[in-house]
Design a protein around this ligand. Structure first.
Ligand code: GDP
Length: 140
């Protein structure tokens, strides 16, 4: 096991419902440490760059519109196997398929409005963290 960092986003459906604290408590209960965190409002262009991998998908416009509809909380989580552990805490993309006790099972509204984002691999985690945070902001 290795100590890793992963990029997490608490999405607009969750910030709007004032769920940032309860979601953070689930990360911390799972042994993930929040080593950087800020609340931002993304522009459509910024969200489009972040989700560039989905540019050709039919839901791309819906996704970037949703992600810019309210502020989001971007954060860096650190811990043993943080990337996989965070994906477990988040649950499946579609809340209808998410396991009991996961964030998406408990809080997500739909496949699109699913409360949290988490990096899916070390390479994407590094790129995604650098997109939102400078090295000076990571003080874990
Ligand atoms: P994730 O890694 O579990 O977040 O899932 P993906 O990388 O496959 O998708 C990125 C995000 O796009 C998801 O978390 C959803 O918010 C959104 N998304 C994925 N599929 C759909 C879809 O069919 N419709 C809509 N509206 N959004 C989707």
């Amino acid at each position: 096991m290795a100590t890793e960092r992963t990029l997490s986003i608490i999405k607009p459906d969750a910030t709007k419902r004032n769920l940032t604290g309860i979601i953070n408590s689930k990360f911390e209960a799972a042994g993930l440490r929040i080593v950087a965190q800020k609340r931002i409002q993304m522009t459509k262009a910024q969200a489009g760059v972040f989700y560039a991998v989905h540019k050709e998908r039919p839901f791309f416009d819906e996704l970037t519109t949703f992600m810019t509809s309210e502020p989001v909380v971007v954060q860096v989580l650190e811990g043993e196997d943080a990337i996989l552990k965070n994906r477990e805490v988040m649950g499946a993309t579609n809340p209808a398929e998410a396991a009991d006790g996961t964030i998406r099972k408990e809080f997500a509204l739909s496949l699109g409005e699913n409360s949290v984002h988490g990096s899916d691999a070390p390479e994407t985690a590094a790129v995604e963290i650098a997109y939102f945070f400078s090295g000076l902001e990571l003080v874990g």
